[in-house]
Design a protein around this ligand. Structure first.
Ligand SMILES: *Cc1c(COP(=O)(O)O)cnc(C)c1O
Length: 368
């Protein structure tokens, strides 16, 4: 569909059986990640010949799905992750949602799925947040996590792009991603598995990348680590990223190194925002390959001062310990370093509407 097509109009069908307020407020007392869901969802359908149609905001409910639906067999599925915040002065805001809309379409193209006009993506997200605005938690570190996704829904077992898709947005009030709160995380360096190969789907936000990472993540848990970090598939030498977060290194001279994008790394919006914030502070950011051998040597020599992972869900998480089959090492004495803290605070301040949004990254949802 051309992106200049007329915006879709949404049929708004309020849930006639919403969660009682007392239950919702009780659930807010103990927020986890991705276990509690709001009363509604946004749905838009696509069919060949017709394009996008039947946009609606409706009660959150299961999809009836045919056992031959192509997503169940060939994993044609993509998603996004973003958050709505309630600011101290009462606004409901999103952080750089246009970036999610654009990246969603980049993922769609890689997976031979139709583009969704950015305006329709944004309208679906905004209308869902508006109808479920009371579900935005206010406690520090909490937010309304939004999950836009699209899957192939055609009933067909042949191998080719589906002729029908469902786009949906669901919302989940969340607390901090890591149970340890702001404590540094430990990570396992996967030796046997890689996440993305040149020419593969590493830069697309598709469910299949996650499916392929789970066995490595399970190994990380078995080794007592919180997360797994992947090396490149071609040489098994260069640090790429975690299962769902980009990675940064802070050097002794105050500069930052982060692996360059190039098809095998997911272009994180948090990554991009932190690079911009660091450069504005006068910090040199080098987007350049960094090997696991350099990482070990720099940690041993003290040249490496801090390391952190970042993404929408966890925002910024310091990396305290790194384990691999032959040993382990610590970074920054296992504590969160000063630049990591400063960058996290700067980003969170903007996201939560506490600092001056000089970049125009905050998107206020009107009338909510
Ligand atoms: C979503 C994701 C990230 C982080 O992207 P953000 O836009 O910062 O949330 C990093 N790596 C992978 C593999 C991801 O799927």
């Amino acid at each position: 569909m051309p992106s200049n097509s007329a915006p879709l109009s949404f049929d708004i069908k309020p849930n006639t059986n919403p969660m009682p307020e007392t239950d919702r407020l009780a659930a807010f007392e103990n927020l986890g990640f991705g276990t509690l869901f709001t009363d509604h969802m946004a749905v838009i359908r696509w069919s060949e010949g017709k394009g996008w149609h039947s946009a609606e905001i409706t009660a959150r409910a299961p999809f009836p799905i045919d056992p031959a639906a192509s997503v169940l067999h060939y994993a044609q599925e993509i998603f996004e992750g973003m958050k709505a915040y309630r600011t101290a002065d009462g606004r409901a805001v999103l952080f750089r949602p246009e970036e999610n809309a654009r990246r969603f379409n980049e993922s769609a193209r890689r997976m031979a799925m139709p583009d969704l006009p950015e305006a329709d993506f944004l309208a679906a997200v905004e209308k869902l947040v508006a109808i479920d605005a009371k579900w935005i938690p206010k406690a520090e570190g909490s937010s309304l996590y939004l999950r836009p996704f699209m899957f192939a829904s055609e009933t067909f077992l042949g191998v080719r792009p589906s002729k029908e898709y469902i786009f949906c947005v669901i919302a989940s009030p969340v607390g901090p991603y890591f149970k340890g709160g702001a404590k540094p995380v430990s990570i396992w360096v996967s030796q046997d598995y890689t996440r993305a190969a040149p020419g593969g789907t590493g830069a697309a936000k598709c469910g299949g990348n996650y499916a392929a990472s789970l066995v490595a993540q399970a190994e990380a848990y078995a080794k007592g680590c919180d997360q797994v970090v992947f090396l490149d598939a071609a040489e098994h030498k260069w640090v790429e990223e975690l299962g769902g977060m980009n990675v940064f290194f802070v050097m002794e001279d105050g500069s930052i190194v982060t692996p360059p994008l190039g098809g095998t790394i997911l272009p994180g919006i948090t990554r991009k925002s932190l690079i911009a914030l660091a450069r504005e502070e006068g910090v040199t950011v080098n987007e350049k390959p960094y090997s696991f051998d350099e990482w070990k040597a720099d940690a041993a020599s003290g040249r490496l001062k801090e390391a952190f992972a970042c993404g929408t869900a966890a925002v910024v998480a310091a990396i305290g310990t790194v384990k691999y089959p032959q040993g382990e090492f610590q970074i920054g004495g296992g504590e969160t370093g000063p630049l990591t803290t400063r960058l996290r605070d700067a980003l969170v301040g903007i996201q939560r509407g506490q600092s001056n949004d000089r970049h125009g990254w905050i998107h206020v949802i009107d009338g909510v």
